[in-house]
Design a protein around this ligand. Structure first.
Ligand SMILES: NC(=O)c1ccc[n+]([C@@H]2O[C@H](COP(=O)([O-])OP(=O)(O)OC[C@H]3O[C@@H](n4cnc5c(N)ncnc54)[C@H](O)[C@@H]3O)[C@@H](O)[C@H]2O)c1
Length: 528
């Protein structure tokens, strides 16, 4: 039954929040801060007291930081009214349900709200991964059910994904979008698809990192360092999984896998095993990292990232720089000379006081194969007669050295290469010799997902960047990262990954090639 909710528009004055758990308390705070009266209903009295205490504590903190006065604190807290039953929400213009992520629980709440709300009132669901359509379908008024997906912590994160279904009344969507703006959030409006924008992009990338760890491609520390030190994201993917919760992440991936299929969404077995074992991350004290033992932690609450494998060895005094590195786009074929790459490394070493030669017959402490992101160490190292004491080196970012041993590289040569990178002032990470190496494999596959989402018409480039910066704390969104890396380079690395693994999930979408030729959309490359 269609119900006219258009008239509500900016006029939402009173709200309700059902469920005052992790997200509900923050959402109630945000709504009350914006001047709305907020009725809260919570099934568990302890959770209610906890939620009110969290809300009050957050407002107190704002007072101590000078962002609110004592009077404003009282006023805002005074707008939040617990009610024993849903009947207390009868006058609400909009109710946000924030109950656990279980379809029957959500449907039951919607049914109860249908009994008490005016037909033109809006029901918003904060679901992360359930279908908003399924939540709405049984409602007496499915047109008024809209997804309003806040991010954790709700008072801080500025993104709200406004999710419409095929049943949604456009007026309800407009009203929720307008409300999101009024409460200081940036709305991104999308249709009902698993993961919406942010989770659909974040989770496969995190899952990829687990696959890399599980297959021995790189260590947990190196995976996280490649992302933080190299790509510049605030957290490494494994540390981020620990923060989100391995169980929660697994549940979202399962939903994504059901909706989209394909290897990007198939949960890495290690993720499932750790979640099954109760190693769910920070909340249980252990996940990929250990948070439980004071003596193994770095800063309080941060993962132990010491790297015992990188024992101190002295840097080599003499180095043979071995061309050829593989030329971009030649993965799978024999490597061709890339003199620039070798010359660049040679200059870098010389500037650090290291004696450099390119003559393979000349004995030196270490052979360095000047590889590109496609890898390929063994062929050139063997051709130079240095199979055992040569290591691949790739510098994808100013501060990161990808150290790439071949199957025949000795432990001594590997340690010497790490020492060499350290002498150059670089953070060394060790990567398997596979297309993309470490940072590239993670980044370009992630950017590929973003481009594919745009190509699908699900989100605009600007929406993708807004979702990842404001919802996931990225300093720069995927489109911006793509512009910086170069769409052509991304397409080449992805083609090499596609050829190397035979996995269509890495095939560059035609739109990426078009970006490589025609440039990224202006508003993206110009955005900050
Ligand atoms: N936790 C996150 O980081 C996060 C982020 C975005 C969205 N979400 C979504 O928000 C929703 C809630 O997640 P959460 O992490 O806050 O869960 P939570 O378990 O911390 O809180 C849910 C609360 O709902 C209460 N509740 C259960 N049934 C109820 C009922 N019938 N009536 C009233 N209260 C009831 C519970 O007592 C509990 O306090 C889920 O849909 C989740 O997917 C969570």
């Amino acid at each position: 039954m269609a119900v006219t909710v258009v008239s509500l528009g900016m006029g939402i004055r009173s709200a309700g929040v059902v469920g005052l758990g992790t997200m509900g308390a923050g959402i109630a705070e945000v709504l009350a801060m914006a001047g709305l009266t907020v009725t809260v209903v919570e099934a568990d009295p302890d959770a209610l007291s906890r939620g009110i205490a969290i809300l009050d504590g957050s407002l107190r903190k704002a007072v101590s930081r000078g962002r609110l006065t004592e009077d404003e604190h009282k006023e805002i807290a005074g707008r939040v009214h617990p009610a024993p039953t849903m009947a207390g929400m009868a006058d609400a213009d909009l109710v946000v349900e924030v109950v656990p992520e279980q379809l029957p629980v959500k449907r039951q709440v919607i049914a109860e709200l249908d009994q008490v709300l005016r037909p033109e009132a809006i029901i918003a669901t904060n679901t992360s991964s359930l279908s908003v359509t399924s939540i709405a379908a049984d409602s007496a008024h499915p047109g008024r059910v809209v997804g309003m997906h806040f991010f954790n912590p709700a008072p801080v994160m500025r993104l709200v994904e406004v999710v419409t279904t095929v049943l949604t009344d456009p007026g309800a969507a407009r009203a929720v979008t307008a409300l999101a703006g009024r409460i200081g959030k940036t709305p991104v409006q999308v249709t009902d698809r698993a993961g919406f924008v942010a989770n659909a992009l974040l989770l496969p990338y995190l899952n990829h990192a687990v696959w890399l760890l599980e297959t021995g491609y790189a260590s947990r520390e190196d995976i996280d360092l490649a992302v933080t030190t190299g790509i510049g994201l605030p957290m490494g993917p494994l540390a981020l999984l620990d923060l989100i919760g391995l169980d929660t992440s697994l549940a979202i991936l399962e939903v994504l896998e059901r909706e989209f299929g394909g290897t990007r969404y198939t949960p890495a077995p290690l993720l499932r095993r750790l979640a099954d074992a109760g190693r769910t991350g920070r909340k249980s004290g252990r996940g990929f990292y250990d948070y439980g033992h004071q003596e193994t932690r770095g800063a309080a609450g941060s993962p132990d990232q010491s790297r015992p494998d990188l024992a101190a060895v002295s840097s080599p005094g003499t180095v043979t720089v071995i061309g050829p590195g593989a030329v971009a786009g030649t993965a799978g074929r024999s490597a061709e000379p890339h003199p620039d790459r070798a010359a660049e490394l040679g200059s870098l070493f010389e500037a650090a006081g290291i004696s450099v030669t390119s003559n393979p017959a000349h004995p030196t402490d270490l052979g360095i194969v000047a590889i590109g992101p496609e890898g390929g160490v063994l062929g050139p190292a063997s051709a130079a007669g240095r199979a055992a004491d040569a290591v691949g080196l790739h510098l994808p970012y100013q501060n990161l050295a990808e150290i790439v041993p071949s199957q025949l590289t000795s432990a001594g040569a590997l340690a010497a290469a790490v020492a060499l990178a350290t002498r150059l002032g670089l953070t060394a990470v060790r990567s398997a010799d596979r297309p993309g190496l470490l940072a590239g494999a993670l980044l370009f596959a992630h950017l590929r997902d973003a481009v594919a989402m745009v190509a699908d018409g699900y989100a605009t480039p600007a929406d993708v960047d807004t979702a990842m910066t404001l919802g996931c704390g990225y300093p720069r969104g995927p489109m911006r990262l793509l512009a910086e890396a170069g769409a052509g380079k991304a397409a080449d690395v992805l083609s090499a990954m596609h050829a190397g693994y035979g996995d269509p999930a890495f095939a560059p979408p035609p739109l990426l090639r078009e970006y490589a030729i025609g440039g990224l959309p202006v508003q993206v490359s110009g955005a900050s």
